[in-house]
Design a protein around this ligand. Structure first.
Ligand SMILES: O=C(O)CCC(=O)C(=O)O
Length: 392
């Protein structure tokens, strides 16, 4: 493994993936298209892992129906390969961490509520990330969403790019990073971006639309509860958020990270902070999410039984830096596909973000202005600059 530079991956796999998910079992989930694309670069890796015969067998199974659902990353971005690497898993030692765990049922216990609120405030200030249980989103609903999400991504790639699937808007399906000019800006992932404004009135009803509708209502309620607590933490109330972050301003992103034959070279999702107030993330059991704390990257130990909450840029500005919008990224994985769903709590474009603290770290700005600046930076420089552009 050392020769192939996959020691750390093997360590991660050993530490963080449930034993029941053997690599050989997972590889059966690969489509022919993925294997075909991965074959050139990854047969060596597969050989070392003792799964080469299965890989060959699968890649040669031409009689099986071909469901080519993974995007053609290698072919499309070939001009970026062979140059500078985005990441170096050989030199970078990344430890696993457990996010602060908060049981939200304590908010309803008179003896526990104050301490629970304090724990949320502390986690948002020190980590910018925490995980929650007893959050009120039914497990069955999350499971149904995952099932529908998998079906959406299993559609042939051509269909995902060329058709308006299930009433999602035309540009809902996204993959890779069209603006990437180097590997470090490329994300090896695909996503359906679903503005919740359009989920209210589906032209025709489908299971996924109904599940999204139900989930977005539950997520909005949860987000309001968290925001009330967080606003209270610096002497504000949640009215401002309730008025400006109505559900139709928010959006859901369904993410899929296909197995990547060159994980040492490319991210699943490039390092970024979220441009919203607050994000609620539902991830599966596959390792991938990492966050930066004290200048070092940590791998978040995945726990599919919790929801992960992270603070976005707007909350950092509104709280005058009390809460941290922390840089995070997703590592690509050579063997396993990974799914996640993120709910982004956003205000209307006209909403003005202004801290009432003095001196204010950031000048006041509207969300529309912020969004435009982020898009411009990504277009011009390949990456987001974020809040540092808005220092007072
Ligand atoms: O998939 C994940 O774990 C993180 C997703 C994320 O950071 C995003 O969608 O912005």
């Amino acid at each position: 493994m050392k020769v192939l530079g996959i020691v750390s991956e093997a360590r991660d796999l050993n530490q963080c993936i449930p034993a029941t998910q053997s690599i050989s079992k997972q590889i059966k989930a690969y489509s022919f298209g993925e294997l075909k694309e991965a074959k050139q670069v990854s047969l060596g890796r597969m050989e070392v892992l003792g799964i080469v015969s299965e890989a060959r067998e699968l890649s040669q199974a031409r009689t099986a129906p071909v469901m080519d659902h993974s995007p053609p990353f290698l072919a499309t971005y070939k001009s970026l390969f062979g140059g500078q690497q985005a990441i170096d898993t050989e030199t970078e030692v990344v430890e696993c961490c457990d996010l602060p765990l908060i049981d939200l049922s304590r908010l309803h216990d008179v003896l526990e509520a104050a301490q629970c609120k304090q724990d949320i405030v502390t986690a948002a200030s020190e980590w910018g990330f925490f995980q929650i249980v007893s959050h009120g989103i039914p497990d069955g609903l999350l499971a149904r969403l995952r099932e529908e999400q998998v079906k959406m991504f299993r559609q042939p790639f051509k269909r995902k790019t060329s058709e308006k699937l299930l009433d999602f808007s035309d540009d809902s399906y996204r993959w890779g990073t069209p603006t990437a000019t180097s590997l470090k800006h490329l994300s090896w992932s695909e996503a359906f971006h679903v503005p919740l404004s359009s989920s209210n009135k589906p032209a025709r009803s489908s299971t996924i639309r109904c599940v999204i509708e139900e989930l977005s209502l539950a997520m909005a309620q949860l987000a309001t509860q968290l925001v009330d607590t967080l606003a209270e933490g610096f002497g504000r109330d949640g009215t401002y958020m309730k008025e400006n972050c109505t559900r139709n301003m928010c959006y859901l992103r369904l993410n899929r990270y296909p197995p990547c034959p060159i994980p040492a070279q490319v991210f699943g999702l490039v390092p970024h902070t979220d441009s919203d107030f607050l994000t609620i993330l539902c991830q599966d059991e596959v390792i991938g999410l990492q966050l930066k704390k004290g200048g070092r990257w940590f791998t978040v130990r995945p726990n599919p039984n919790t929801l992960v909450i992270n603070i976005g840029d707007l909350f950092q500005a509104w709280s005058n830096g009390l809460y941290k919008s922390v840089e995070h990224r997703v590592m690509s994985n050579p063997h396993l596909e990974r799914f996640s769903v993120a709910y982004f709590m956003c205000p209307s474009n006209e909403t003005v973000i202004e801290s009432s603290a003095q001196p204010a770290i950031y000048r006041k700005f509207s969300f529309g202005e912020y969004r435009q600046q982020v898009q411009q930076d990504v277009r011009r420089m390949g990456h987001k600059v974020g809040l540092t552009r808005f220092l007072a």
